[in-house]
Design a protein around this ligand. Structure first.
Ligand SMILES: Nc1ncnc2c1ncn2[C@@H]1O[C@H](COP(=O)(O)OP(=O)(O)OP(=O)(O)O)[C@@H](O)[C@H]1O
Ligand SMILES: [Mg+2]
Length: 426
């Protein structure tokens, strides 16, 4: 896939199309020169407005059907390829803040997805363009993905769906395989949540939404560890180290998210629904036990530890037991519970890597994982998406682009639908 990095009619320096031989006139000294200059500018503007990107198809080769997602990053539509009749998902790339062409964050997302071809990772087919109806000289870009029939958040909210332990085990194996591929490719997902986990109509689970993902660097010997932005991961799925301001985090932030998703498969709703960072820490302490040096020796080195621990009404309450087991009596299988318990370790160093997790004993015990969970979804008449079923955390997202980073989901605006953020352990 190849495309020009600039679409702006005003960004002439970045323009490098096949007819870029148009030379820029010297400053006008007479009226005739001025008229010539104006004509040249008009010609260039017209050229840019009608420019056909040579390697990118126009979006008109797809027929838009209906809207299936509304992230703050952009809208997602179900569509059909007019030639092959195959279904796709079109994710519109927001260009509102872009003065310098194709947004760097979307470029990052595309580059990573090109690198990440794997059965358990969403399949990016191509990037398409279209001219916007609203702003004459602006081109819109769409990421075109192979269509998946459901997202996990939508699916879990369907209470009529009877999910058996073997389905959960199979979906977890798929999820951890996708995560292994990601981490082996030195990429952090940074937005693990059930709405970003898709299920194809064949019943294969796919990790999706690489809008917050980034490559990570292995710190070199004697060099300071690189610092990353801390404003990542949707609040309900955010691990304690991020809530305590860590900027030297690693793959274990995604492993915590995998744990939250695993528990959600049994509980059928996100397990810790805090409405602020402080409340989220309290919910974690309530469910997983107090955060302190006994369970996490390095916790006091976290940037926000001192402030938070010494506040009156601290969000790091002490003396709380770990009640995960009592709260999840529906997990009858000890091996399954033990894996969940590890994934939700307070201390990131005690969480297994995705690679270790997939080797966990649970996956070798009966019932054995199936190839897919087709039998779970085969009788569903309609697609289940977080957006279309009207639940979940997507409305809690506010991804504005700031200095090439997509910042953390912001606290809930007052007008969110009732019940979206309730400060509860389910
Ligand atoms: N390939 C796909 N097939 C079917 N549905 C999809 C696909 N990709 C995305 N979706 C739907 O669109 C929703 C939003 O997509 P995605 O998460 O990639 O965008 P986003 O703007 O980053 O969203 P958010 O801000 O809510 O995380 C997903 O939760 C899912 O329901
Ligand atoms: Mg998403």
């Amino acid at each position: 896939m190849s495309f020009h990095s600039s679409n702006s009619g005003r960004n002439l320096n970045a323009f490098a199309g096949p007819s870029s031989s148009t030379s820029f006139p010297t400053p006008p000294s007479t009226d005739v020169d001025l008229m010539n200059t104006q004509k040249t500018i008009r010609d260039i503007q017209q050229y840019l407005e009608t420019y056909e990107y040579p390697f990118i198809k126009d979006i008109s080769c797809y027929e838009k059907l209906n809207k299936i997602g509304q992230g703050t990053f952009g809208e997602v539509f179900k569509a059909m390829c007019k030639r092959t009749k195959k279904m796709v998902a079109l994710k519109k790339i927001l260009m509102e803040n872009e003065k310098e062409g194709f947004p760097i964050t979307a470029l990052r997302e595309v580059k990573m997805l090109q690198q990440l071809k794997h059965p358990n990772i969403t399949d990016l087919i191509e990037v398409c363009t279209s001219k916007s109806n609203t702003s004459k000289d602006k081109t819109l870009f769409y990421l075109v993905f192979a269509f998946c029939e459901h997202d996990l958040a939508g699916l879990l909210s369907n209470r009529n769906l009877k999910i058996q332990p073997v389905h959960i085990k199979t979906m977890m194996q798929h999820l951890l395989s996708g995560l292994c591929k990601l981490h082996r490719s030195k990429i952090l997902h940074r937005d693990m949540k059930s709405a970003n986990v898709l299920l194809s109509k064949e019943g294969v689970l796919k990790l999706a939404d690489f809008g917050l993902a980034r490559p990570f660097l292995q710190p070199l010997k004697d060099q300071p560890a690189p610092l990353y932005t801390n404003r990542v991961v949707t609040l309900w799925y955010r691990p304690p180290e991020l809530l305590l301001g860590d900027r030297q985090y690693n793959t274990k932030i995604d492993v915590w998210g995998a744990g939250c998703i695993m528990a959600e498969m049994w509980v059928r709703t996100p397990i810790m629904q805090g409405e602020s960072e402080q409340k989220q820490l309290i919910l974690i302490s309530t469910l997983c036990g107090s955060i302190n040096k006994e369970v996490w020796p390095k916790c006091e080195t976290m940037p926000l530890w001192r402030n938070m621990a010494t506040e009156t009404n601290s969000c790091l309450p002490q003396g709380k037991p770990r009640i995960l087991k009592n709260k999840l009596p529906m997990i009858k299988d000890d091996d399954g519970f033990n894996l969940l318990d590890l994934l939700l370790s307070i201390d990131p160093d005690k969480r297994p890597t995705a690679e270790d997790a997939i080797d966990n004993k649970w996956f070798y015990m009966k019932p054995e994982c199936k190839e897919n969970v087709y039998d779970l979804i085969e009788n569903l008449k309609t697609s289940q998406f977080e957006f279309t079923v009207g639940r979940g955390v997507h409305a809690n997202r506010n991804r504005q682009q700031q200095q090439n980073n997509r910042p953390q989901p912001m606290p809930r605006p007052a007008n969110l639908p009732a019940g979206q953020l309730r400060d509860i352990v389910w």
